[in-house]
Ligand binder design. Structure first.
Ligand SMILES: Nc1ncnc2c1ncn2[C@@H]1O[C@H](COP(=O)(O)OP(=O)(O)OP(=O)(O)O)[C@@H](O)[C@H]1O
Ligand SMILES: [Mg+2]
Length: 113
């Protein structure tokens, strides 16, 4: 579970939100909607830990991990959906690719019995 505790974000001349409290619970799919400039991207950066909020904190339960993709409509045009999602966690994707390269395909496996 991802928990947002009393998060506020203020840039020098503008407060985007004050004391946001939220729980993102397993099994659900969430979307963030808002007008241009409302603070959606900033909020996602705070969730990822790429940007420190003015107040409050974001916590991820133990043994859970955060994966994310940059907002780039064309970055994954030549990728499968699975590969695109997996690339949200670069290390995991590298390990998966390595495993695929190291695992002999069915046709090249020798029969031993
Ligand atoms: N590093 C920063 N310093 C100052 N102001 C910032 C900074 N980052 C974002 N802002 C301002 O915070 C506001 C929210 O920006 P943000 O990019 O989060 O909005 P958004 O909801 O994602 O917008 P869009 O729909 O256009 O993608 C904007 O007014 C933006 O100019
Ligand atoms: Mg945005």
């Amino acid at each position: 579970m991802l928990t947002v505790n009393n998060v506020s974000m203020t840039f020098t001349d503008r407060t985007l939100y004050t004391d946001v409290n939220l729980k993102f619970t397993p099994g659900n799919c969430y979307g963030i909607i808002g007008a241009n400039g409302a603070g959606k991207s900033t909020f996602l950066k705070i969730l990822e830990g790429k940007l420190a909020p003015t107040t409050g904190s974001v916590t991820l339960d133990p043994h859970e991990r955060m994966s994310s993709l940059q907002q780039d409509h064309f970055a994954f045009d030549d990728q499968t959906v699975m590969n695109t999602v997996m690339q949200g966690h670069k290390r995991l994707f590298e390990v998966m690719e390595l495993k695929t390269r190291c695992t002999p395909s069915r046709t090249s496996r020798k029969k031993t019995a």
